[in-house]
Write a protein that binds this ligand. Structure first.
Ligand code: PGA
Length: 260
């Protein structure tokens, strides 16, 4: 029997002003502190607010992550941020492969693999996003696209490091659109990813890795999604900008028994 602790990421994207970010972090932290069940929560604020949010979260159970990381360690890479810089700023986590970077900025699986390896090497925990576009789904290619993303992005990630990774399945057509995958359709993809992880690593490692769902997760659909056997939490965009909504999604995991 596995007992995966539910995990929730709040991806604020390019939203909030400083004061708003600090007070949002404060209220999320207060809400999480009052949850008795075991749950992991990570906030991904815009980069300029990282150190301020780190101060708010200092000594708290809520973790902090960057929304992106450079594949390089140091050097002439204007505008990029290294894994070491994220660590020095108080981050323990980083998002890699969000669809707004894959599709908006043409980031390839090869580049994302380099980012994953750089982040792991530096000691960060990585939340790797995968997911198909609407066109790919309609062409019946979801399984193939997702499995290629997993295989290529995890290339060179060894057994010792894979436990520092979380996978977030985010169908691109569900992100920020108000459309959510049917819980059973999402479950099918999550189960496929877990089976693939068992092949790449082994069955017990695959049972331990958290696979989150992302894409218009809201308080009113979270319960049904989190009830699925292989959905271990969520990566939340829009709803994470409202502490009440974000906390109510997190609370849904404590009442749904998703971590059996
Ligand atoms: P959404 O975003 O919850 O607003 O759909 C999810 C994400 O982009 O991670």
């Amino acid at each position: 029997m596995t007992s995966r602790t539910p995990c929730f990421g709040g991806n604020w994207k390019m939203n909030t002003r400083l004061e708003e970010a600090l007070s949002l972090a404060r209220s999320i932290d207060e809400g999480v502190a009052s949850i008795e069940a075991s749950v992991d929560v990570v906030l991904f604020p815009p980069l300029p607010w990282i150190t301020g949010v780190a101060e708010v979260l200092s000594g708290c159970s809520v973790s902090l992550g960057g929304q992106d990381v450079s594949p390089h360690e140091d050097g002439p890479f204007t505008g990029q941020i290294s894994a070491g810089m994220l660590l020095d700023s108080g981050c323990t986590h980083v998002l890699v492969g969000h669809s707004e970077r894959r599709h908006g900025l043409d980031e390839t699986n090869t580049l994302l693999n380099d980012k994953v390896l750089a982040a792991l090497e530096a000691g960060l925990q990585v939340m790797l996003c995968i997911g198909e576009t609407l066109e790919e789904r309609e062409a019946g290619k979801t399984g193939q696209v997702v499995s290629t993303q997993v295989r290529e992005c995890l290339s060179g990630v060894d057994q010792g490091s894979i436990s520092r990774m979380t996978i977030a399945y985010e169908p691109v057509w569900a992100i920020g659109t108000g459309r959510t995958a049917e819980p059973t359709d999402a479950q099918d993809v999550h189960a496929q990813v877990r089976t693939q992880l068992a092949g790449l690593y082994d069955a017990s490692i695959a049972q331990e890795i958290r696979i989150l769902y992302g894409g218009s997760m809201k308080p009113d659909n979270a319960g049904e999604l989190l009830q699925q056997t292989d959905i271990d939490g969520g990566l939340i965009g829009g709803a994470s900008l409202h502490s009440d909504k974000f906390l109510s999604i997190i609370n849904a995991s404590t009442t749904q028994g998703s971590a059996e």
